[in-house]
Design a protein around this ligand. Structure first.
Ligand code: 5MM
Length: 341
């Protein structure tokens, strides 16, 4: 393992003013997104959509540091025969790959899930590296509800995240470690904070036990937010203050960067929260976005599966990428959103 090189990639993934595009929707998820805009989820449509994103010059060259791909996409070619992964490299962004194989019910723990995909992962990583992937992603899902999460669910998911991260580093691939505490439910921000803190602490304990080099990874956590169904929603300032406090308590400064998931927040909420965190002064790690929905909802709507809408889709994507790029430096303002609209 070349840790200097892993650290160089991880640092580039969280470069100031840039963030990661999570375009790794699995077949079921992309179908849901396409259903919402009335587009059939065929291989050609998925290719056209992702090609549109990766050919968005402004977004890709100025605000996107890396792209997380799904297995299908990393082997797919653009319409003119150029591999999609080359479009990403040519834009200056780093290609990455989602390597988990989804979730399964966790035995003895009703309502809880464990992420799977460790079998043969070493072989798969080798092929992805040869294809050009320089980082990977594995997402664990922790739900908050009555009596959950159990310590069992937190432990097994942290163990799998660390196993995956160690395998990645041995294959010279930077692991994005994503323990997502879901924002479904009616819990308040303090319950989310308390659960996320437990999850992060257990995850870092496992990472250390399994000898993962913290300098060669990126953390992809949720922010501390109230559940979507909670009557008590927190202000932007409260989310920023509690999230930064939580991360400072749990994430060692050796970690080069933290890139948030959006988790169902609206586009503007996700941007405003990140921006407000940067207003809180110097932080020990790079802090940026790795959004899926909060970067793609607008371009998906603008595109709607029509070739004549490609330019509009690219404008919508570039706008969200720019807003988040500014937020990643604490330079976003609400009036910039309005001006562009
Ligand atoms: C883009 O969504 C990713 C894929 O999800 P599935 O494996 O369920 O299809 C997801 O892992 C994503 O990278 C993160 O959860 C962040 O996405 P959001 O939409 O929460 O910003």
């Amino acid at each position: 393992m070349n840790l200097t090189e892993l650290n160089r990639i991880a640092t580039a993934m969280v470069a100031s003013g840039k963030g990661i595009l999570a375009a790794d929707e699995s077949s079921g998820t992309i179908k849901k997104r396409f259903d919402a805009i009335g587009v059939e989820s065929t291989e050609a449509n998925r290719r056209d959509y992702r090609e549109m994103l990766f050919r968005s010059k402004e977004a890709m060259s100025q605000y996107i540091s890396g792209v997380i791909l799904f297995d299908e996409t990393i082997w797919q070619d653009a319409k003119d025969g150029t591999p999609l992964i080359r479009l990403i490299e040519e834009s200056g962004a780093i290609p990455g790959i989602k390597v988990d194989e989804g979730t399964q019910a966790l035995p003895m723990c009703p309502g809880e899930l464990v992420t799977v995909g460790l079998d043969k992962l070493a072989e798969r990583l080798k092929k992805y590296y040869e294809r050009g992937a320089r980082f990977a992603k594995w997402r664990a899902v922790i739900d908050i509800g009555s009596g959950i999460p159990s310590m069992t669910a937190i432990s097994v998911n942290a163990h799998a995240l660390a196993r995956y991260a160690a395998l990645c580093q041995a294959a010279q691939i930077v692991p994005i470690v994503e323990p997502e505490v879901l924002m479904d439910g009616d819990h308040d921000i303090d319950r989310c904070l308390e659960v996320t803190q437990r999850v992060l602490n257990k995850t870092f304990q496992e990472l250390r036990v399994q000898r993962v080099a913290l300098e060669g990874m990126v953390l992809k956590p949720n922010m501390a937010v109230a559940g979507k169904k909670s009557a008590k929603q927190a202000s932007v300032e409260e989310v920023a203050e509690k999230t930064v406090r939580m991360l400072k308590a749990c994430v060692p400064a050796a970690v080069p960067g933290i890139a948030f998931l959006s988790g169902g927040q609206s586009d503007e909420e996700a941007t405003a929260h990140l921006n407000a965190m940067h207003k809180l002064g110097p932080l020990p790690w790079g802090l940026t976005f790795s959004y899926g929905r909060a970067l793609q909802a607008a371009p998906q709507k603008a595109w709607s599966g029509k070739a004549e809408n490609v330019a509009a889709g690219q404008r919508a994507f570039s706008h969200r990428a720019r807003m988040n790029g500014l937020a990643a430096k604490g330079e976003w303002t609400n009036s910039l959103e309005k001006k562009a609209a």
